[in-house]
Design a protein around this ligand. Structure first.
Ligand code: SF4
Length: 385
C-alpha cells in the first residue's frame, strides 16, 4: 500500500516538473540537511526539490572525471547525476542552493556552477550555533536567499506567503513525527525501510500531497498488525547520509531479522523533530528552529555532547538495543566521531557496529557476516561484532 502511495506521489511530481518547464515555473534544487529552508523556496512559487539520490556506485564513479576519489560517494553521486542527465529532476534545476555544511558538498556546488552554469546560491551555515552573531549571520543569508528567489521567480515573498509555507512544512513534519513515534511501540506497525521511503518522498514531492499521504498512512497503520515479531532486535541507525535509493543497509538489517526503529541521519532524510514556531518574525522563527531548537550537526563546534545526549534519548525512548553507525567513505566528520560514540555507548551497554560504504560494497558477504555477529551480541550472545 505504501508503495502505491509513493508511486502516485512520484509520478505526480515528475509531471509537475515537466509542466513547470513549459509554464515557466522555476525548479530550485538544494542539497540535503536541515539548513536549506524549503519554506522560502515554496513561498517564492518555485518547486523545491532536494537532490539526494545516491546508493549507486556507477553513478558516483561517473563523477571521477571531475572530482577526486577523496570526495564522498554521496557528493560524487550528485555530480554523477548532473553529468548523466538521466534523471528528469536533476535536468530541471534552474537554481541550486548549496549549504556550507561540509567541504564535499561545497566542492560539488562549485563543480555544478562551473560546468552547468546554473545559478548557485552558497548558503553559509554558522559553525557556532546558538544565540548571538550566528543567528544574525544566518538570518542575513536567508534575507539574501529571499531576494535571489524573488529575482528568479519574479514574485515577492510576503510574510503572509512565508507564514503559509511554514504551515505547510510544519504539517509535513508533524505527520512524519507521528508515524515515526509509532515505532516506540514494542511491536511497530511500520518498518524502517518503509519509513525511510516515506521520508525520502517528502524531500522532493509536493509537501501538501506528501502530508496527505502521511496522515493516511498514519491512520491505516494505527489499526494495522505489527510488522515485527516479539524479540526482534531494535536498532538505531546513525550516519551522515542515507540517500534516495541507498537501501542496502536497511534491507540487510531487516533480512537478518532486526528492525531499524529510529534514525539519526544528518542528510538524505528530513529532520522532522522541530517545527518552526508561530508568532513574531517568520524568518527569525525559521532561524531559531534550525540553530537553537534542533540538536547541532556534526560539523558544528561543541556538538559532540548535545548529539550524544540526543542519541541517548532516542535509545531510551525507542528501547534500542544496538546502534548501526552507517558512514560513507571519506566522510571525515562521522569517521572522527565513530570512536567516541562507540566508547560512550559501550559504557551504556549498547553495542555499536560501524559500516563504511562506498555504495558498491554494502551488500557484500563480509558486511553480512559482521552484521550477523553484531546481532548475536545484541541478542545477548557471545560473538564479537
Ligand atoms: S556524507 Fe559526509 S562528506 Fe558526504 S556530503 Fe555528507 S557530511 Fe559531507
Amino acid at each position: 500500500m505504501i508503495d502505491e502511495h509513493l508511486d502516485s506521489l512520484l509520478s505526480d511530481r515528475l509531471a509537475a516538473i515537466e509542466r513547470a518547464k513549459s509554464d515557466g515555473v522555476k525548479v530550485v534544487g538544494y542539497f540535503p540537511g536541515p539548513y536549506v529552508p524549503e519554506e522560502l523556496v515554496y513561498a517564492s512559487g518555485a518547486l523545491p526539490v532536494c537532490l539526494a539520490h545516491g546508493g549507486n556506485a556507477q553513478v558516483a564513479d561517473r563523477a571521477l572525471s571531475l572530482l577526486p576519489p577523496v570526495i564522498c560517494p554521496f557528493a560524487r553521486a550528485q555530480v554523477g547525476e548532473m553529468l548523466l542527465k538521466t534523471s528528469p529532476v536533476y535536468k530541471a534545476i534552474d537554481m541550486l542552493v548549496v549549504p556550507s555544511t561540509c567541504q564535499h558538498l561545497r566542492k560539488t556546488g562549485d563543480v555544478w556552477e562551473y560546468y552547468e552554469a546554473t545559478e548557485v546560491f552558497k548558503l553559509g551555515v554558522p559553525y557556532d550555533p546558538g544565540e548571538g552573531p550566528a543567528l544574525t549571520y544566518y538570518r542575513a543569508r536567508l534575507d539574501d536567499l529571499r531576494a535571489r528567489l524573488e529575482s528568479l521567480t519574479g514574485r515577492t515573498i510576503t510574510d503572509v506567503s512565508l507564514g503559509d509555507a511554514v504551515g505547510v512544512y510544519n504539517r509535513l513534519r508533524e505527520a512524519l513525527r507521528n508515524i515515526s513515534l509509532m515505532r516506540r511501540d514494542a511491536l511497530p506497525a511500520i518498518s524502517g525501510l518503509e519509513f525511510m521511503k516515506l521520508n525520502h518522498a517528502s524531500l522532493w514531492c509536493d509537501p501538501s500531497s506528501v502530508a496527505d499521504v502521511l496522515e493516511t498512512v498514519h491512520r491505516e497503520r494505527l489499526a494495522a498488525e505489527p510488522v515485527a515479531r516479539a524479540g526482534t532486535p531494535r536498532l538505531l541507525l546513525v550516519g551522515p547520509n542515507v540517500a534516495v535509493g541507498d537501501y542496502g543497509i536497511l534491507e540487510m538489517v531487516e533480512g537478518a531479522g532486526a528492525s531499524i526503529v529510529i534514525e539519526d541521519v544528518f542528510e538524505g532524510v528530513r529532520d522532522y523533530w522541530c517545527d518552526v514556531r508561530d508568532g513574531g518574525d517568520v524568518l527569525d522563527a525559521m532561524v531559531r528552529a534550525r540553530l537553537v531548537d534542533r540538536a547541532p550537526a556534526a560539523f558544528m563546534r561543541s556538538s559532540t555532547r548535545p548529539r550524544f545526549d540526543f542519541i541517548s534519548k532516542l535509545i531510551r525512548d525507542f528501547q534500542v538495543s544496538g546502534v548501526i553507525w552507517y558512514e560513507l567513505m571519506c566522510c571525515e566528520f562521522y569517521d572522527q566521531d565513530a570512536y567516541f560514540f562507540e566508547d560512550r555507548l559501550r559504557a551504556m551497554d549498547i553495542p555499536m557496529l560501524v559500516i563504511e560504504s562506498n555504495y558498491d560494497d554494502v551488500r557484500s558477504g563480509s558486511v553480512r557476516t559482521r552484521l550477523e555477529a553484531f546481532l548475536e551480541v545484541v541478542r545477548g550472545g557471545a560473538a564479537h561484532a
